[in-house]
Ligand binder design. Structure first.
Ligand code: FPP
Length: 262
């Protein structure tokens, strides 16, 4: 009866507009974002300075990166430093900047051995020259790898990304390359920092808070959200496996009522 009704009003699955974006293939998420929260609390609970939590956080990131390809994850976006993090005490900001350089220098060989390509999203050109250059060098040195893209969000903000996207499109309009009526979701996607990467399927936030904190605002519109009380430095492969398992149980509908077969 429902089918008849659809025919009567001219609606069927073939002619209906497709959901905003094609879901991930059957199984697990292709693109996972991690909001690596709780480093400071982890350290404070141990009577350590907050920076010790960030240092331990790098170890956790190492374990998660290693586990991703085994779970079928193709892209991991790690929120390492936000556009708002500059307001933290200078010592902490300096330490995070130091960790970024250390990570890029020390990790490149291991990443190459594991087939991981580093990419960076955010206002990379506005970072101090040392950080900017190390990031670009790490990207260059790992650019041939294909097992996993490690997308480091550094000096990243979802609002800043949308501003940059709009500016880029406005420049093309001003240059006569794009007409305003040609601006649509696909055009916007191709101007985001994540252009060319698969859709963000799953956002994991550690340390219990239920907010996006300016993380991938466009991309997360239909992502699944999974929050754990575990602080980021305590995250292991098993925690990632748990998140992926939960993701596979979810029924992603992308605004429609049809059940996606998994
Ligand atoms: C949030 O925890 C975490 C950050 C602002 C930094 C995340 C950075 C890392 C995990 C390590 C750096 C990564 C690389 C690639 C060098 P918080 O400090 O806000 O924790 P709290 O909420 O408990 O205070």
């Amino acid at each position: 009866m429902l089918e008849n009704l659809r025919r009567l009003v001219g609606l069927n699955h073939e002619s209906a507009p497709a959901p905003a974006k094609v879901p991930a293939p059957a199984g697990g998420p292709r693109h996972v974002g991690v909001i690596m929260d709780g480093n400071g609390r982890w350290a404070q609970r141990r009577g350590l300075p907050r920076t010790a939590g960030h240092k331990a956080g790098v170890e956790a990131l190492r374990a998660v990166v290693k586990a991703c390809p085994d779970l079928g994850i193709e892209v991991l976006t790690a929120y390492a430093f936000s556009t708002e993090n500059w307001t933290r005490p200078k010592d902490e900001v300096d330490f995070l900047m130091y960790l970024i350089v250390e990570y890029c220098r020390r990790e490149v060989n291991t990443l190459n051995e594991n087939g991981v390509r580093i990419n960076a999203i955010g206002r990379i050109d506005e970072l101090p020259a040392l950080q900017r250059d190390e990031i670009y060098q790490a990207m260059e040195k790992t650019r041939h790898n294909t097992r996993l893209v490690l997308n480091l969000a550094v000096n990243y903000g979802g609002h800043a990304e949308l501003v940059d996207t709009m500016r880029a499109i406005a420049a093309e309009v001003a240059a006569g390359k794009v007409r305003p009526e040609e601006i649509n979701e696909d055009l916007i996607r191709t101007h985001l920092y994540t252009a060319g990467l698969p859709e963000l399927d799953l956002v994991i936030r550690t340390a219990g808070e239920m907010r996006l904190s300016n993380f991938m605002l466009w991309q997360a519109s239909y992502s699944e959200f999974w929050v754990t009380d575990v602080a980021w430095p305590d995250v292991t492969r098993e925690v990632l496996e748990q998140a992926v398992l939960e993701y596979k149980r979810r029924d992603r509908r992308f605004g429609t009522v049809l059940q996606q077969s998994r």
